[in-house]
Design a protein around this ligand. Structure first.
Ligand code: F6R
Length: 240
């Protein structure tokens, strides 16, 4: 694992955008696995800036997001599709038909998971972006007794509901279930880019990188991936 230590959030965002933009420049038809959450926002801003001013070209890029809340339509302002449009897709020259997320309104969850896995297998992810949950989740692969290979519908843990309530009017409004890419699709990405920021991530960064490989800390499986770049600020990396 390559660890890039940055001085603060801004610096982290810039250096993470350097890595992601290099992927797009080197392979203009890249398939990018993308994440929502607060951490990638600064990186997305940089990519938008470079698309507008520097000609970073997304016209051949395909994206496959990690996850989506179950029960939220695409036009709900808390859905991850909405988030991605607001924070990236609507501001760059990417083709809307090339942006893929699980369908939060799927009538048949099993069929939706199978559809998503087939899509990932067909496209193949070149670079997967990951944030890190406070409990060690990646995507919505929550701590558990075993790693889950495929896309699945998951019950969010209390810790995740509490962490995500900042985006909703109250914790009660946070959906209780979500669709998430499984560990297999994440680990089969050719490259993985992890972004972490802030003191509150320091302990879980340490557990994930230096602790045992265990489904109790889903991100610990990244220790087995041959091509991970982790970009973190000094606070998030303060315990390693
Ligand atoms: C988001 C996702 C989550 C977040 C994680 C960290 O699509 O899959 O795993 O990456 O919860 O979120 P932030 O960046 O808000 O700390």
């Amino acid at each position: 694992m390559r660890i890039i230590r940055t001085k603060d959030y801004q610096d982290m965002s810039h250096k993470a955008a350097d890595v992601m933009s290099a992927q797009v420049i080197l392979k203009p038809n890249s398939v990018l696995g993308l994440a929502t959450g607060s951490t990638p926002l600064g990186m997305y801003k940089k990519l938008i800036e470079w698309n507008r001013e520097g000609g970073l070209d997304f016209s051949g890029v395909t994206t496959i997001n990690l996850d989506e809340y179950d029960g939220l339509p695409a036009d709900n302002d808390q859905s991850y599709r909405y988030f991605m449009r607001q924070n990236l897709f609507d501001h760059i020259n990417i083709k809307p038909e090339n942006n893929h997320l699980p369908d939060g309104l799927a009538a048949d969850p099993k069929a939706e998971c199978a559809r998503y896995d087939a899509l990932i297998a067909e496209k193949g992810i070149d670079m997967q972006l990951l944030g890190l949950g406070h409990n060690g989740h990646i995507g919505f692969n929550e701590p558990g007794d075993s790693f889950v290979a495929g896309t699945h519908r998951v019950a969010l843990t209390e810790s995740t509901i509490q962490a995500n309530k900042r985006f909703f009017a109250s914790a009660d409004e946070v959906p209780r279930h979500a669709y998430t890419m499984g560990i297999q699709a994440i680990m089969q990405a050719k490259r993985i880019l992890v972004v972490v920021s802030g003191q509150e991530k320091a302990q879980i960064v340490r557990d994930a990188l230096c602790g045992p490989i265990t489904p109790a800390v889903p991100a610990s499986i990244l220790q087995l991936h041959p091509n991970v770049v982790l970009v973190g600020d000094t606070e998030a990396l303060s315990l390693i």
